[in-house]
Design a binder for this molecule. Structure first.
Ligand SMILES: [Zn+2]
Length: 552
């Protein structure tokens, strides 16, 4: 067996295989490898969780052993498992916890629907108990909700509702009282308590995590380890079912969240590969946390580094833009001033790990780049791959600086499809022409990764990223900067190898080539030839991680 296998693999110009029987063979497919020459092949053999050989059906069939599982694809399309560069597996899984009011799209599509859901929940909830929504509501561009409207439909229950973006929450008067927030309560560092312009009374709006958490901690209650394990399993199950085989969880808030992931990894409970980044709230917390970092790295779970937020998002009005008159920016404020940001980033950079910035507006993006530039000037380092998440509205100059500094972009083109109409109303046509400049960045050679960002995105499926990148068209037909469209081949490459690059893993995953991990997806449609209407119907039929079928 080993001799004939060795010959077959050699014939395919692959690394010489170690002895042992092939575990799994896929035959008769259209297998998109995303190799350097974008080869499309018919068959693949897997051994010990890795790709052992690729080739024609005839070549690979010859490797079948007594215990080899053989799957005839019947012409179906296979791609490398998709790598999500920006997701929140644990927090996404928590959205499905029993007891939370489901306000996610499409349950509530307008303020009226949202208020009706709250009112109905109030009728079946004992007075005084919390009404807590999952993450979260979308009301299009209507951001007029305040505590008074919630009071009108739920006068006897504290209510906590978070926007789907996670960038702000709206609570009612009882919830403010429970949390002890009144006109004298100062804004927490990095957060803002919304207030009436004349009276200074809190209006029920809470911006960004530090302010949201003042109430959210009470509303969500204490989570046990069992709750967290259930949440990761649920988030993972949903991600695998849509074709992601690796995910970068870019906000891990607490040590207990890291412990949960590590426990699952130890107990073989991880079915997908995870790369996690810990969130830095403030300089004070960073200085305490950074020296105690516990590094770990293997095929299943890697501690990747640090995450910082520089601004909020256009939907919350908290994108940090130079033009503050834009609705996307009219509630914006600076989370960390530039010199504080520089100091935090320098310390994080000095750990030798990666730093990721949440930055949506042009000014926030520039601040992130300034901090990276300063850190690199003070402490040069090759191949740092410091990255900016989202990057909705970069200037051309920002792209040039990112290229020069070796920075990575991790973005969500599904937002073009879902939100470009709203972004347009919150900005203007000129701003939109510069949004999500995928083709420009690709042609400049800036590494690009894709991530869905659930629960801060209404849909999890990766097809929306592919469609957003390829068509740049919303459901209403608006197409900002059509010249920034990219091909499906380039979009798939960004969502596989590109995202693997964002976590320093392009040498072990992201393409179907001998020696790489055997992470693959069998699709309902041919990804390369499907029309946009067909792409919208794309489903993952089978998801394979390390040669094991984890979704079918
Ligand atoms: Zn996110």
């Amino acid at each position: 067996m080993s001799t004939s296998l060795g010959r077959a693999v050699d014939a395919l110009n692959a690394p010489v295989a170690v002895a042992g029987e092939i575990d799994l063979i896929l035959l008769n497919g259209k297998i998109i490898t995303v190799s350097a020459d974008d080869a499309i092949i018919e068959a693949v053999a897997v051994r010990g969780g890795k790709i052992a050989a690729v080739g024609t059906t005839q070549e690979i069939r010859a490797l079948t052993g007594a215990n080899t599982r053989v799957i005839d694809l019947g012409g179906k399309c296979v791609t490398p498992g998709l790598v999500d560069s920006h997701i929140h597996i644990l927090y996404y899984g928590e959205q499905f916890r029993e007891g939370l009011l489901d306000i996610r799209f499409p349950k509530a599509r307008s303020k009226e629907e949202l208020l009706r859901l709250v009112e109905m929940r109030g009728k079946e909830t004992p007075k005084g108990e919390w009404i807590t929504g999952n993450q979260g509501f979308t009301m299009g561009i209507d951001n007029t909700l305040t505590r008074f409207e919630l009071d009108a439909v739920a006068p006897h229950h504290p209510v906590y509702l978070r926007h789907f973006s996670g960038q702000f929450a709206v609570v009612n008067t009882l919830a403010l009282q429970e949390a002890g927030i009144d006109r004298k309560t100062p804004d927490p560092y990095g957060g803002k308590i919304g207030r009436d312009a004349t009276s200074g009374e809190p209006n029920g709006l809470l911006f960004h995590y530090p302010a949201e958490n003042l109430v959210g901690r009470r509303a969500y209650g204490i989570r046990s380890e069992a709750d967290r394990l259930t949440a990761v399993r649920e988030g993972q199950r949903r991600a695998l079912a849509t074709g992601y085989t690796s995910a970068q969880d870019v906000i891990v808030m607490r040590q207990e969240d890291i412990d949960t992931y590590r426990k699952l990894a130890r107990e073989s409970g991880l079915k997908m590969r995870l790369y996690i980044m810990q969130y830095l709230h403030s300089e004070q917390q960073a200085l305490k946390l950074l020296p105690q970092v516990q590094r770990f790295k293997d095929e299943w779970l890697t501690f990747g580094g640090w995450k910082l937020a520089v601004d909020g998002g256009p939907g919350a009005g908290t994108s940090l833009m130079y033009d503050r008159t834009l609705r996307a920016a009219n509630r914006s404020y600076v989370y960390h001033d530039q010199s504080t940001l520089d100091r935090i980033v320098f310390q994080a950079h000095k750990t030798g790990l990666q730093v990721a910035f949440h930055a949506t507006g042009d000014r926030a993006i520039d601040m992130a780049i300034n901090a990276v530039e300063a850190a690199l000037n003070a402490s040069p380092r090759e191949n740092h791959r410091h990255r900016i998440e989202h990057l909705q509205f970069p200037t051309r100059q920002a792209l040039e600086r990112m290229k020069r500094l070796g920075m990575v972009v991790s973005t969500s083109p599904q937002w073009i499809r879902f939100h470009a109409d709203g972004y347009r109303q919150m900005t203007n046509d000129v701003t939109m022409e510069g949004s999500f400049p995928l083709r420009t960045m690709m042609e400049m050679g800036i590494p690009i990764a894709f991530g869905c960002d659930v629960p801060a995105t209404i849909m999890i499926e990766p097809k929306w990223a592919l469609l957003g990148a390829v068509t740049r068209t919303t459901r209403s037909g608006y197409t900002p900067a059509p010249e920034q469209r990219i091909s499906i081949r380039d979009a798939l490459r960004m969502h596989t190898l590109g995202s693997a690059y964002a976590s320093f893993e392009e040498h072990i995953k992201g393409s179907i080539e001998p020696g790489k991990v055997a992470d693959m997806v069998v699709w309902s449609h041919d990804v390369y030839t499907a029309s946009s209407d067909e792409l919208a119907e794309l489903r993952a039929l089978t998801t394979i991680v390390g040669g094991n079928i984890v979704h079918e």
